[in-house]
Ligand binder design. Structure first.
Ligand SMILES: NC(=O)c1ccc[n+]([C@@H]2O[C@H](COP(=O)([O-])OP(=O)(O)OC[C@H]3O[C@@H](n4cnc5c(N)ncnc54)[C@H](O)[C@@H]3O)[C@@H](O)[C@H]2O)c1
Length: 365
């Protein structure tokens, strides 16, 4: 294992496992702005045409083998951007290969057993792991965290609300996507389809804000789902409560022209409202506004010059150089356990017959 600082002036080498839309439209544009500190040196994808074509965009080596990428001595930091089910094994392999830091796209594991395996390997190898929950690296959020005082203890209402166009629209603004899987029309009369969509919605989209929700829910062990609805064509409306908190998680991805992504924490005499930039958007940061004294007093933080996508990579570079201490792996495990518990309770609520699939305007019921 090597934790030596890279020679001054030489960028750290990045290797990427999985070169789909997230690599093409999110990470390569973010890394293009950070060329003084990070350089993409190896792209791996199980699809050889995707690997070579994406690698050619950045002048990196290409391969279809994870082992080849991990054996490449020019790769200091490994980013895992493959589909969910491969994340845990690839994180573990990158830690065992003695790389300097690992970025894993969310979610970094699909169950508690995988999370425990990752935690053990991270502790054993000392390799720092960053999970791509980009909002937690957004300077607007980080500034809110520095200034929220005792709001996490006092908030009684927490809301995460997401309205987005389908991913493809933003991906196409960012770059020319090489491959995109064809999507069929789901059979909404099948409860398994609804359960899968809710699980995917929580673990794929809500998961960006669940670490934030957890910070404001000290009694999260006692969380209960009051209602879990699937929203067509993709989304959810989930109401939860703990003994002291009311939590609303809402999302819809449709043909909207007006994206919105907000997080709110409300107490009797203070509130925090954060507007995040939509997924795939690289410009600007979140803007956090605190209101106090019946709203007569407001303080705003942001926008700043970059958002969480770039923030993740800046943090990785510092972790790899040893100029920043790795966050405890336990925080990542706790965030994942929280997300899995909510996903499981949401799906159980749907299976118990509480899920009513609300129709998209104009869509057949
Ligand atoms: N942070 C964000 O804003 C954000 C947004 C969307 C998706 N994501 C996450 O990023 C990950 C990738 O998303 P995507 O939309 O690019 O996915 P995708 O499934 O469309 O593409 C993934 C790529 O990985 C390749 N692949 C398949 N199996 C592989 C393996 N075993 N090893 C290496 N590569 C493999 C595929 O050929 C494909 O090119 C997902 O986990 C997703 O949750 C993050």
């Amino acid at each position: 294992m090597s934790h030596l600082a890279a020679p001054a002036g030489r960028p750290l080498g990045v290797g990427i496992l999985g070169a789909g839309p997230v690599t093409q439209a999110i990470h390569l544009p973010a890394l293009a702005r950070l060329q003084d500190i990070l350089e993409v040196r190896h792209i791996m994808d199980v699809d050889a045409a995707v690997a070579s074509s994406v690698a050619a965009r950045v002048g990196a080596a290409a391969s279809t083998s994870m082992d080849a990428l991990l054996a490449n001595p020019n790769v200091d930091i490994v980013a895992i951007c493959s589909p969910h089910q491969f994340h845990a094994d690839q994180v573990i392999a990158a830690c065992r290969a003695g790389k300097k830091a690992v970025l894993c796209e969310k979610p970094f594991a699909m169950n508690a057993a995988e999370a425990a395996r990752i935690s053990a390997v991270s502790t054993e190898t000392g390799v720092p792991i960053v999970v791509g929950a980009m909002h937690t690296f957004d300077p607007g959020w980080l500034e809110a965290e520095q200034n929220w005082g005792n709001l996490p203890d006092q908030a009684h209402t927490i809301r995460s609300s997401i309205v987005l166009p389908p991913n493809a629209r933003f991906e196409d603004f960012a770059t020319e996507i090489i491959t995109r899987p064809a999507s069929g029309r789901p059979d909404y009369s099948d409860i398994e389809v609804i359960k899968g969509a809710l699980q995917g919605g929580i673990m794929g989209l809500a998961i960006h804000d669940l670490p934030l929700v957890r910070r404001f829910t000290p009694d999260f062990a006692d969380i209960e789902v009051l209602q879990a609805l699937h929203v067509r064509p993709f989304g959810y409306a989930v109401s939860l409560r703990t003994p002291t908190r009311t939590i609303e998680l809402r999302a819809v991805m449709n043909s909207t022209w007006k994206p919105e992504w907000t997080f709110e924490a409300i107490a009797d005499d203070a509130a925090l409202h954060i507007d995040f930039t939509p997924s795939y958007v690289q410009a600007g940061s979140a803007v956090a506004t605190f209101s106090r004294n019946d709203g007569s007093e407001t303080t705003t933080f942001g926008p700043y010059g970059h958002n969480g996508y770039e923030g993740e990579w800046r943090e990785l570079a510092e972790l790899a150089r040893g100029t920043r201490q790795a966050p405890p792996a336990q925080t990542l495990i706790d965030d994942l356990t929280f997300a899995l518990a909510i996903a499981e309770a949401t799906v159980a609520s749907a299976a118990a017959g509480h899920a009513v699939a609300t129709a998209e305007a104009g869509a057949p019921a």
